[in-house]
Design a protein around this ligand. Structure first.
Ligand SMILES: NCc1[nH]cc(CCC(=O)O)c1CC(=O)O
Length: 305
């Protein structure tokens, strides 16, 4: 059967890099493809913090609509931007092997501020803000929105000491500056560093094609992280980090929810056999809710709503 697979993507440099990776992989398997870039709501509204937009999936919605309308066959996303609840009829077609999961601080050549009392760090992410303030309570966090390229530019244009980025994003488009510090203590976003492909459940030909790109270990780890997120958040964006690492048939899992100001956290740190992985994200999510998470989440909902 001859069928050109229409690949939908956002039009940022990072999104295009990710979509082109999928395009090449599919073509190497003998499929014909075409790339269809679109602008997403999350890229068009840049003057508000993401959580104030009050819509989940600001980066994925435009592509979701295009797929439901039949204008594209698949959508390629940074998995951490994808809401835990997919639109009706849409499924996770594949998760590619994960790249680096860490966050990094890009700075301007000196890092003495990390031990000093005063510093201003820029990020638009509630998760990064809360964890930074948890570790450096005397620092200030400034808001920062935009795609990776414009966020790097804004760091240069402002007198901030540094800004936080996903290492994977900067490495993919070869923009990681020498002036950076890996934040190995910061818990990444659920599914950070992973690329996912959405497809309509009834699109059998394309579903079978993209399934060939799936990386099982990454799929298992990101499922646990996203189950944990879904169990805690209940549709509200909150400072939640989760990381599952697959090692010798075991999974090491670290996750936490923080209060918005970073003063409180409820966390879990555990290991289990991959054979027990199935419901772990939900089980450990409930455990964290019981051990202080519910109180923190209620406070966050009051503040953000
Ligand atoms: N919404 C921003 C976003 N979504 C995915 C990535 C990078 C790639 C990844 O983490 O998977 C980024 C940039 C960043 O967080 O700095």
């Amino acid at each position: 059967m001859s069928h050109i697979i229409r690949i939908g993507t956002r039009d940022s440099e990072l999104a295009l890099w990710q979509a082109n990776t999928v395009k090449t992989r599919l073509e190497n398997l003998g499929y014909q493809t075409v790339l269809l870039p679109v602008k997403s709501t999350g890229d068009l509204i840049l003057d508000k913090p993401l959580y104030e937009l009050g819509i989940t999936g600001v980066f994925t919605k435009t592509l979701d609509v295009a797929m439901v309308k039949g204008e594209i066959d698949i959508a390629v996303h940074s998995m951490k931007d994808v809401p835990t609840q997919l639109p009706k009829g849409m499924v996770q077609g594949a998760v590619l092997e994960r790249a680096n999961v860490e966050d990094i601080l890009v700075h301007k050549g000196k890092t003495s501020f990390m031990t000093a009392g005063k510093a201003t760090i820029a990020t638009g992410s509630l998760r990064r803000k809360a964890q930074w303030l948890h570790k450096y309570p005397s620092h200030t966090v400034a808001g920062l929105r935009g795609n990776v390229n414009s966020r790097l530019q804004k760091l240069q244009d402002n007198d901030w000491d540094g800004a936080i980025f996903a290492k994977a994003g900067l490495e993919r488009i070869a923009l990681k500056p020498d002036n950076h510090t890996v934040l190995d203590w910061m818990i990444p976003a659920p599914a950070q560093g992973a690329i996912t492909i959405s497809v309509m459940e009834d699109n059998t030909f394309v579903k079978e094609a993209v399934a060939r790109l799936n990386h099982t270990e990454t799929e298992i780890c990101t499922r646990i992280e996203r189950d944990f997120l879904r169990t805690l958040e209940g549709g509200c964006s909150a400072p939640i980090g989760a990381l599952a690492i697959f090692e010798n048939e075991k999974i090491h899992f670290t996750a936490a929810v923080f209060s918005l100001d970073g003063t409180q956290k409820a966390e879990v740190n555990t290991s289990f056999s991959v054979n027990d992985a199935l419901d772990k994200g939900i089980i450990l999510g409930k455990q964290v809710l019981n051990e202080g998470g519910t109180v923190i989440m209620e406070e966050i909902r009051k503040t953000l709503n």
